[in-house]
Design a protein around this ligand. Structure first.
Ligand code: ARG
Length: 271
């Protein structure tokens, strides 16, 4: 994966690290605040935006502590770095529960959200979205050997989903027809995996792109992709009427054309 890293990516990554560390101090930031955080080089000419995410979603975004410090890294963060570099802004990452992301945008506490978020129709009332930059499908995650491959297999089962996610909506919809399927909504994907491993739930609905990594690091669980209806995949979310949508779309398009996006897909999803 190292070979894909260009000098430029490394440069913006270290810039980002400073921003995140500064962000950990608490009390600073806010979507409209532009003062450089403590310890940061004063970069008066660069605008500082707030990126809100839910860093429980490897490889899109997660806490990496392998270097001894707590950094939020991932596919979305690399894309954000590229876009920030192209458009000439800096950003600070704010980590929160997935369910709090759109309210944060609406309240002006964030300028954009990148959290593997799907632009489903209901969300369009409260947020504007970029084009979709990566696709994903729903999957059923369960203990190894459960062999749950379709919604009907979840009859009479306890099923965990992330609070506020598309998967929660889908599961609630399915529960209307799948007999005795009980839904448990939790804040973090990590909690869902724990519930599953300890047998407090029988299954979880998680996107296959994320389920893959969790099953690799937890050999006692498996996943089966299921057909999903409606929109799938990830897009950047903005407050309604945000002036950034078009600029972000242009850079995403550029990344699709110049191979940069594919490089990042390889780096984060094909290991
Ligand atoms: N794509 C799904 C949605 O938009 C799930 C995203 C969950 N993201 C996260 N960072 N936990 O609802």
């Amino acid at each position: 994966m190292k070979k894909f890293k260009t000098i430029m990516t490394m440069a913006v990554t270290s810039l980002f690290t400073v921003a995140v560390l500064a962000g950990c101090g608490g009390g600073q930031g806010g979507a409209d605040q532009q003062q450089p955080a403590q310890g940061q080089q004063p970069t008066a000419e660069k605008k500082k935006l707030i990126l809100a995410t839910s860093a429980d979603y490897p490889p899109y975004e997660y806490h990496d502590t392998s270097s001894g410090k707590d950094e939020i890294v991932g596919f979305d963060i690399d894309i954000a770095n590229y876009i920030a570099n192209e458009l000439g802004f800096e950003f600070e990452v704010k980590d929160m529960d997935f369910n709090g992301l759109l309210p944060a945008l609406q309240a002006g506490r964030a300028d954009f959200v990148m959290a593997g978020m799907t632009p489903k129709p209901e969300r369009l009332q409260n947020a504007d979205f970029s084009v979709i930059y990566y696709d994903a499908k729903n999957s059923i995650v369960a203990k190894k050997g459960s062999n749950l491959t379709k919604w009907e297999d979840l009859a009479g089962k306890k099923v965990a989903v992330q609070l506020g996610s598309i998967q929660e909506g889908d599961a609630k919809e399915m529960a209307k027809t799948v007999q005795g399927m009980e839904i448990k909504s939790l804040n973090k994907i990590g909690e869902i995996i724990q519930e599953l491993k300890s047998g407090r739930v029988d299954a979880a609905i998680i996107e296959d792109t994320v389920a893959k990594g969790y099953t690799q690091s937890n050999p006692d669980i498996e996943f089966n992709t299921i057909p999903s209806e409606g929109p799938s995949g990830s897009a950047v979310a903005f407050p309604k009427g945000s002036k950034y949508v078009e600029d972000f779309n242009k850079v995403i398009k550029k990344m699709q054309e110049n191979g940069e996006l594919e490089k990042l897909v390889k780096k984060w999803f094909e290991k």
